[in-house]
Design a protein around this ligand. Structure first.
Ligand code: AMP
Length: 611
């Protein structure tokens, strides 16, 4: 007998979920469904995303609602539009063979009239994000008097996103005798308080141990200097040619800049963050789901509720501020019983955070070495060989050209042909990784968290009489140092003699300016645009002359780079609060080589006019 039937799920639903590939209940389903099917209890379930919790509450709901009535009987609140759509689509799939089931997804950023129309036509299940739900309640457009079940999904996320008041207001619109089912990946005090305030003697259950991440996730970290972060990240990606990953950053601007740098370097990457319009976000997500994007660079908030299967790697380009967010991030991989890898790129000072994560998650994080150039090249080569071996040959089509092909290769031995094919792909690659430096910090054990690496310690200061400034353009924008000098002098209308050291990185540059000329630089760059990007100048937070930090243009909210990040919120106990920024791309010694080894089109990027 089908185990879902045994749990008490009706045949129509079992047929529908069998088509979705559900053969046996997941742990949370096995534990929660019997309790929720009684309909008698409030419920608290601690479960990560990806554990099958949508069906854990969705299947019992389908058993208990009266679909001959057309009034809302279940309300599901969740933090994001993506999750809202996902849940409503899942429920519709589960209910495929039940008649008259009407589910509405109510979320912001979409036309409210359509949602109101659906509600007017009659629905039994409302899946909503809190903001839009309140809006609709405020219009008196919905009647919750018949609601029997309220589900709070990803409750911790909803609270993180500031929906506490909204949830209170919405719950007060629902009948007192309803049952409340709360799901959360973590159980911070605030969630506990909601459970206390709104539930009576809830049945509690945990899948795995509290705060424990998915057992199928391998947690790894790389210890590198902050300035080598981007280069190390690229090596990790290059040594995993089949990667399909999400890269987490802490700020919108960081996601944007890393995505831009990656795109310039020829990767299939794009950014997902809150400053994008809904349309832009949908577009990015569609490309990611379709796998035309290999790397999605996202902030924590933007990535909430993303339910994409088969993500191979989660990369913490910057560790999250809140320890809970690490569990959320890593939970994006290893879904539905698959395995996955969660990678953190850290500097020496962040080692204590890893130790803390290990304690909370109850798993050891494996330290990995950033691959050396030749290892990366070998990995890529093997992938190509594999591809060549597995490529489907269309005999009919190719046959007609075969004589010409054979003739063209007549003078070459098999070995020569192999070498040449490989070189087609690899000349750029070999050149890029030729003499690539070792990016690992010495193998010393720094488990005590003490900073023994003088090179990473303390910020670099500007020379006396000079102020060190940050600019969001760098080597990836195809500036040489001379170009950069000209660019600064022309815009600021100052002489080259006023400029001190110029320290060009991958996606940004630090440069020194004589103190008395600093204002001219800010004035000159007030409204300068480079290839559609606003040029941003900031005082580097470690400057001798001005530790306060100033910024013109661009987005300030995220704080600066290079040690200038100012954060009010406490992070992990004892950890260094500064992100350290990401310090530039792999050094590009051969001027103009953009590291474009992935840009196999053979197109030279056009040199852009600079000033
Ligand atoms: P969720 O945690 O509800 O987002 O589910 C994560 C993924 O697991 C989704 O793709 C579900 O379709 C899938 N899933 C849920 N329950 C099962 C099950 N019992 N067997 C196989 N796949 C499942």
């Amino acid at each position: 007998m089908n185990p879902f039937l045994e749990l008490g799920i009706r045949e129509e639903v079992v047929n529908a979920i069998s088509e979705l590939g559900f053969e046996k209940p997941s742990e949370i389903q096995e534990k929660a469904i019997p309790v929720l099917l009684t309909g008698n209890d409030d419920f608290v379930g601690l479960a990560q995303t990806g554990t099958g919790k949508t069906a854990a509450f969705g299947l019992p709901l389908l058993e208990q609602l009266d679909f001959s009535q057309k009034q809302p009987q279940a309300l599901i609140l969740c933090p994001t539009r993506e999750l809202c759509l996902q849940i409503s689509k899942d429920l519709e799939k589960f209910a495929k063979y039940i008649d008259n089931v009407h589910v509405v997804a109510v979320y912001g950023g979409a036309n409210i009239s359509d949602q109101l129309r659906q509600i007017r036509r009659g629905v039994q299940i409302v899946v909503a994000t809190p903001g839009r739900m309140l809006d609709i309640i405020g219009r008196n457009a919905i009647d919750f008097s018949q609601v029997k079940y309220v589900v709070l999904d990803e409750a911790d996320e909803m609270l993180n996103m500031g929906f506490k008041e909204d949830i209170n207001d919405i719950l007060s619109e629902t009948p007192d005798d309803k049952k409340t089912w709360l799901f959360s990946a973590t159980m911070p005090k605030e969630v506990r308080r909601i459970a206390q305030n709104y539930m009576t003697d809830p049945v509690e259950m945990t899948v795995g141990t509290k705060n424990t991440g998915n057992a199928n996730i391998d947690h790894q970290y790389y210890l590198i200097r902050a300035k080598d972060k981007y280069a190390a990240f690229k090596r990790i990606v290059d040594s995993n040619p089949e990667i399909f990953g999400i890269v987490f950053c802490r700020t919108k601007i960081e996601t944007q800049e890393i995505a831009e740098a990656l795109i310039k370097d020829g990767y299939n990457a794009d950014a997902l963050h809150g400053d994008l319009s809904q349309q832009q976000r949908d577009k990015v997500m569609k490309r990611y789901r379709d796998r035309s994007l290999q790397l999605l660079i996202a902030t924590d908030v933007a990535a909430r509720g993303i339910d994409v299967n088969n993500i191979t790697h989660v990369i913490n380009f910057s560790l999250p501020d809140e320890i809970e967010n690490y569990t959320h991030r890593s939970g994006r991989t290893a879904r539905a019983g698959k395995t996955g890898i969660s990678i953190s790129l850290i500097n020496i000072k962040e080692q204590s955070k890893i130790r803390q994560l290990e304690k909370v998650i109850g798993k050891t994080f494996e330290r990995k070495q950033v691959p050396q150039g030749p290892e990366v090249v070998e990995k890529q080569l093997l992938t190509i060989i594999n591809k060549v071996q597995n490529v489907e040959v269309n005999e009919d089509q190719i046959n007609q050209f075969l004589p010409a092909i054979m003739e063209g290769f007549e003078s070459l031995s098999k070995e020569d042909i192999v070498k040449r094919f490989a070189s087609l792909e690899f000349n750029r690659f070999l050149e890029y990784y030729n003499n690539a430096p070792d990016l690992n910090i010495d193998g010393r054990d720094t488990r005590d968290g003490r900073d023994r690496d003088r090179g990473e310690r303390g910020p670099r200061t500007g020379s006396k009489g000079y102020t060190r400034l940050f600019m969001n353009l760098g080597a990836v924008d195809e500036f040489s140092r001379g170009d950069m000098l000209g660019f600064i002098c022309n815009n600021a209308k100052i002489s080259g003699k006023s400029i001190g050291k110029i320290d060009m990185k991958g996606v940004f540059t630090f440069f020194e300016v004589q103190d008395e000329e600093v204002n001219k630089v800010f004035e000159g760059f007030k409204a300068v645009d480079f290839n559609g990007r606003q040029v941003r100048i900031e005082v580097s937070g470690d400057s001798q002359s001005d530790r306060g930090g100033r910024s013109r243009g661009g987005d300030r909210r995220s704080g600066g780079y290079g040690g200038g990040e100012r954060r009010e919120r406490g992070g992990y106990g004892g950890g260094d609060r500064r992100s350290g920024g990401y310090g530039g791309g792999e050094r590009r010694d051969r001027g103009g080589n953009n590291g474009g080894f992935r840009d196999f089109s053979g197109k030279r990027r056009e040199s852009k006019g600079k000033y």
